[in-house]
Each structure stands twice: as C-alpha cells, then as structure tokens.
Design a protein around this ligand. Structure first.
Ligand code: BGC
Length: 736
C-alpha cells in the first residue's frame, strides 16, 4: 500500500472518515483505495464478539482473567494464551483484540482489578508484553489499555488524577513502557479520566511527549469508547482514532480551515491508520487453525497453573481420591469464571467444579447460600450434608455485580451469608476447604480460622472446574503465587484514606507505596503477601552467586542460584528477585521486584537459575533530571519464594555516574547544605569554625531555615552581624 500516494489523493472528508470508527466495532474502509473495514472487539479474557442481533450470543474460550492468570508467573503460558486468542480472532473475523490492560492496582476496591495483572508494574509489563506478542505474531492486533492513570472506576469519565512524576513514571507508566517497547502493540487505548487537568484522550504530555517522543511508539493511539470530549484537541494533541462516539466531521473541517489544526497533523494520523490497516490486511493472510477443544485444554492448564494455595494446615490437601466429601456453594455448580462489563465472555464449554470433583470422589452437594439474602435453611442443609464427611469443600466469592466495570467495590468483605455458612459448617465438620472466587483481594481474616485449606481460584476461566478438582485431589501440584497482596482488612490498605478521591480529584498520596511496597516499607501485616503461594512439595534455595560485586552504569548483573525440589512429587516454583536500595537520597520502597522465573522440578531435581539485572533495575525516576537514574551505593539483592520469604541475600555496590541530588540554591535549607559535600561543604566549615555542632540546642531549628537567611540565622545565635555577613558573602561567591 502506498500510503503517501493514498493520502495525497484522499479528500478532507475521506481523511476525517478514516480517523473515526464506522460503528461500535468497525473501522471505516474505503473502496476506491481498496481499504477494507476492520473489526475490533473486547477483550483480554477471551474474544467477545458482539453480534448485531442481540439475541445471538457468540461464544469463545474464556481464559482466566489477568488478575489470576498472572499468578502463574509463566511468560510462555501468557504467550500461548495470546496465540490462542489470535486464532479465535481469525476464526471470528476479528482484526484487533481490545486488551490487555495494565493499569495500576492502588486499591483492592477498584472494580476492574480483575482485568489487570498485578500490583507490581514490572510484572504487569512483562506479562502483558508476552500476551501481546502471542497475539500479534499470529497477525492480530492488540490495544494496550487504558493509557494511563485509569486506576479506578468511580467517576472514570470525569475524575482528574494528580500524580507526582516519580510515582507516575515508576508505578503507572512503567508497565505501559515495558509492554510498548518490548511488544509494540498495534494500538494503544487512551483512557477516560483526566491527568493533571487534561483528558487522557487529549493529553499532549501523555500522547506526544511520552508516548511518541520518549517511548518511540509508532502505532495507533485510539480513544477508549466515547472517551473524546474535544475532537479537535484530541487530534491536535496526538490521538489518531476516535471510537465509540460519532462526533461531526464538520468540527474538524472547521478547525482545519481556521488553522487550529494543520493538515500535516491530520495526515500523520491518517498515515498511522493506513499502516494499521496494512498490518491487518497482512494479518488476514496468515494461516491459522482454531481448535476449540485444544483451547479448552489450554484454559484448563492456565487455570491449573494460576490457582493459588493459601493455606494447607496439616497437609489436608491433597485429599485421597474416592473419599466422601460435601461440596457446598452455588459456585460449585455455577462457577464464577470471569468478570463483568466489557471483558465478559460467554464460554464455549464451562467445566463445572462439582462434576469434576464427583469424578474423583463421592460427593454430595448443598447450595449453602444464595447471592441476595441470608438463608438459614440453606445453611442448615449444608450442615446436614457436611456431617460425617471426610472434608467439606466450600465455594465462595464475590458477585459479578460487586466486581465490574463502571463501579468500584465499597468494601472487600465476603458476603456475610457466606461467612456465616463457613462458621456454621465448621461446627459439624472441621475439615473445611475453601475455594475463593474473586477478581481482587478479599478479606479472609474472619473465615481463615475455620478453614483447614484455602484455595484462591480467582476468576479462572472456563477450565477452572477441572483445575480445582485436580488440585484438591493431587492430580496437579499447585504452583500459583499471588500477584496482589491480600490485606488483613481494607483499613490496612495504602489508599484507604483517599480512594476513590473526592469530587473529581484522585490524589495519589500513597506515591510509590502501592501493594507490597507499602506493606513492607511501613511494616503493615498482611493476610497473604505478594508472591506467596503454597505447593505440595518443598523447594530449597542455595548457592547465590553474582557476576560482579561492583557495577556501574551500562553494566548487567547476572544473579544465579540453585533451586532444588526436596519433596516427593514434581512441582513448579516461582522464584522472585527483589532489590533494596540500602540507603537512598529520596523515598524509595523497601524492596521492589526486578526479576522472576518459573521452574518445573522433578523430585530431587536441582536447577540453576539465572536472572539478569540491568541498570534500570537499580534506578528510580529523578524528576529534576527527568529520567531514571541510579544513586551510588550498596544494594541488597534478595531471592525469595515470596516478597516476605527471602531465602538468599547478597550485596553489590553500584558506582553511578548520575548525580541524583537536587540542585542547591539560595532557597535550599541550611541543613541540606550542612550534609552536602558540594561547594566544598562550606556551610559545615562555617559551623565548625563557629563551634556549632549537631548537638547545639538550636541546630534543628537553624538547619530548617534557608541559606539566604544565613546571616540572620547566625545573628540569632549571637554571631556578630558583620561576621555573619562575611560568611554569607563568601558562600554567595562560591555558589554563584
Ligand atoms: C472500556 C474498554 C473497552 C471498550 C469497548 C470501554 O468502556 O473501558 O476497556 O475496551 O469500552 O468495549
């Protein structure tokens, strides 16, 4: 396709037409240039092809939602799932899949947390990149969303995010940055809210400065559905394609005529849209097979790798096959396999947990609760069924209404009738096994003492039923590890005082202390930490080695160690590498994830793991330098089985050429100068000369004052004014 030739022949109306979707799910084509229409569809948890006839519901393979798929920490699996999604897109005539999402998880209350991977930006970025590559290698496009700072549902169209630059770069942008640079998604979906006063579909800073100039992104930036409020501003500030709203072409024509937006700008957007169409045309030519049975097996495998075993007292799990168990709860027969809203998928084939459990044991069912009311009779029925059974497997969880698009949760408690159910059943049978289905963390503290085992199944797709039965009866060894901390209660979460904001203001006061970064730094106990998950076997870590003990900018550090399966069965271990800046000039989280691996091990087998850390692994975003930079000093390298189960530690020294210190000027405090060696540590020298030490009773007060007041400060402690002025003058010359 000769794009420039086409652009030179397109009329203004035709150009404008190409920059706007034709209808909810189709991009405009143009016959006279052989430009085909293209189909977009949600979403990340399976292909949700909407039908023009609302009575027709298209089905697709429902994969685990990102929130639990991520718990596999399995890059290959994410890639494979991406490829599977692409095959179904081909089969259904879809060109672009609207996902995945990598928004930040500031609070477990956020209604769409289930659509996002992790509270850790690095992990989210890496996993998203794999999924995107899996899809796009098969000739189908993706749309990385929701770019950016769309971290809650409350007032998502009108709220404005106030985020300081360090937090913005390290916590919000980082996953987009990783996925964009590594996987080059064909499109990026700009989000609904505003950021620093400008809508994200019209935000020059995010769409141009960062996306194009800094990240070098060359694909199409499209709006979230109906996200544009000012069409002219959107196109002027970097947005290529309008979706979900059908504003008049005249608005743009007038703006072009009035010189508010240039034709060169319009042509740039058209060029990118044509480039996208070109990829789509090529993609359609790719050969594919689409075997829904195989996809179902993949969904089962994905669920099995992702489900997290949170508790297993006295090794109650796995249960012996063919024993007698009670299976309680509506979700045992009608599983919560996915989330609501635009990512909801009608599954092709849904594995029912009760059916699969029944194949492995002698099981009796009771409903136990219904979703709306307290129901004493249902609880009584559950107790009756649970009596004299080897164990009771109770399926609980949140509802689709509480976790969905457009609304955040009000609390993280489980429905009270489910809590009551667990407590009452525990009176007749103490061998309680809980299976929790939720898209984000829930409060488990109240039921935990009544449970011998707890499995977090999340919303693990259409294969969940088989996977959970296989784990409970030991056909599969659990290996998932949490990618989101489970707090003790909502009051303990980092954003509790300020989520979801007030009026339209969303202030990121927690800064970088989201998730485990908060719990670890502020020493807040959690129910289950980030990175945690039990297995039926045990792993031993040893032989930590580092390629160097001193590194500098541009170097890579290779961290290696051994992991051994010391149990009797094969299993997989997720190993995690965290870094701690031992002493830092600015606030930094206590530790941060910078590498991970998932390793399958036979009983007795040892594998050597290598994790490579680069300069960025040690860096933080220094706003005054406007880039990531490393502060010289010692860093602790921690290898763990979870964020709170560190097995191996080492220290390296980073000799950095970055000067991360803030520039000093006349308004900098005397205390900062006192501890700074720039300008030959002049303030300290003056103080030494005058015999003023840190133990001087006035020191704390003096050190908080500005350097420009030095003479006055000294006069205050009875240094003759003339002498004080002399010192002030001397320093003035040194600094200027
Ligand atoms: C959602 C997007 C989705 C789009 C199309 C929007 O409301 O925020 O995630 O892709 O609708 O359904």
């Amino acid at each position: 396709m000769n794009k420039n030739l086409i652009i030179s022949q397109l009329t203004i109306d035709e150009k404008i037409k190409l920059l706007q979707a034709k209808d909810a799910w189709t991009l405009n084509g143009m016959e006279r240039f052989d430009i085909p229409e293209a189909v977009l569809t949600d979403g990340p948890n399976g292909v949700r092809l909407m039908s023009a006839d609302p009575s027709i519901v298209n089905t697709a393979t429902a994969i685990p939602t990102e929130s639990i798929l991520s718990a596999s920490w399995d890059k290959e699996l994410l890639h494979e799932v991406g490829a599977m999604l692409a095959e179904e897109c081909h089969d259904m005539g879809v060109d672009i899949l609207l996902g995945p999402g990598v928004n930040a998880k500031r609070s477990p209350l956020a209604g769409r947390n289930f659509e996002y991977y992790s509270e850790d930006p690095y992990l989210s970025g890496i996993l998203a990149a794999e999924m995107i590559k899996g899809v796009q290698e098969k000739g189908i496009g993706t749309s990385l969303k929701h770019y950016v700072a769309n971290d809650q549902e409350t007032r998502r169209f009108t709220s404005d995010a106030a985020v300081d630059e360090q937090t913005f770069r390290e916590m919000l942008l980082a996953p987009f940055e990783i996925a964009i640079k590594d996987a080059k998604p064909w499109t990026i979906m700009a989000a609904y809210p505003s950021f620093r006063g400008e809508h994200l579909c019209e935000n020059e800073y995010t769409l141009k400065t960062i996306l194009r100039d800094e990240f070098g992104y060359e694909g199409v930036a499209l709006s979230d559905w109906g996200g544009i409020t000012d069409k002219v501003k959107a196109h002027k500030n970097g947005l290529d394609l309008e979706t979900g709203s059908f504003s008049s072409a005249d608005i743009l024509k007038r703006a072009i005529a009035d010189g508010i937006i240039s034709m060169a700008d319009i042509d740039e957007h058209v060029f990118r849209v044509l480039e996208l169409i070109e990829k789509i045309v090529e993609g359609r030519k790719m050969e594919y097979t689409c075997d829904y049975d195989k996809h179902h097996e993949l969904a089962q495998k994905a669920a099995a790798e992702s489900i997290v075993l949170l508790k297993n007292e006295n090794h109650i799990l796995p249960l012996t096959k063919q024993c007698e168990v009670a299976v309680i709860g509506k979700f045992a027969k009608e599983p919560r396999f996915g989330g609501g809203g635009s990512s909801g998928v009608a599954p092709k084939k849904l594995d029912i947990p009760f059916d699969y459990l029944s194949q492995l044991c002698n099981s009796s069912f009771a409903m136990g609760y219904d979703m709306e009311d307290d129901n004493a009779e249902l609880i009584e029925g559950a107790c009756a069924v649970s009596n004299n059974k080897k164990a009771v497997i109770i399926f609980i969880g949140t509802t689709e209404v509480t976790e969905s698009e457009g609304a955040d949760r009000l609390d993280i408690k489980l429905p009270q009738n489910q809590v009551e159910l667990v407590k009452k059943v525990a009176r007749v049978n103490e061998n309680i096994i809980i299976c929790n289905a939720s898209g984000s963390a829930v409060e488990l503290a109240e039921i935990e003492p009544y449970a011998k085992a707890i499995l977090h199944t999340g919303l693990s797709g259409e294969g969940c039923g088989k996977a959970v039965a296989d784990i409970i009866f030991g056909n599969i060894c659990p290996s998932g590890k949490l990618t989101e901390s489970f707090p003790v209660c909502i009051e303990n979460t980092p954003t509790y005082p300020y989520f979801p904001g007030y009026d339209n203001h969303v202030v990121y006061s927690e800064r970088m202390l989201q998730g485990y970064r908060y719990y670890d730094t502020k020493k807040i106990p959690v129910m289950y930490p980030f990175g945690y998950g039990l297995s039926y076997t045990n792993f031993e870590y040893s032989n930590l080695e580092m390629s160097q003990t001193n590194i500098k900018n541009g170097d890579s550090l290779r961290v290696s160690f051994d992991v051994k399966n010391v149990g009797d069965i094969s299993g997989a271990e997720v190993v995690q590498c965290y870094i701690r800046d031992i002493q830092s000039y600015v606030e930094r989280p206590y530790k941060e994830l910078k590498g991970f691996d998932r390793v399958e091990l036979q009983p007795g087998e040892t594998k050597h793991i290598e994790i490579v850390l680069d300069e960025r692994s040690f860096a933080y975003f220094a706003p005054h330098l406007n880039r990531f930079a490393v502060e010289s000093g010692d860093f602790e390298i921690m290898i763990g089985a979870s964020s709170q189960d560190i097995r191996l530690k080492g220290i390296i020294h980073f000799d950095s050429e970055d000067d991360v210190r803030l520039p000093l000027d006349w308004t900098t405090s005397i205390g900062v100068y006192y501890n700074d060696d720039r300008y030959s540590g002049m303030v300290r020298k003056v103080f030494d000369e005058l015999g003023i030490t840190e133990s001087h009773p006035m020191f704390p007060m003096l050190s908080g004052m500005k350097l420009e007041d030095l003479a006055g400060v000294l006069a205050y402690i009875q240094v003759p004014t003339e002498q004080g002025m002399k010192y002030q003058e001397m320093i003035y010359h040194a600094i200027d």
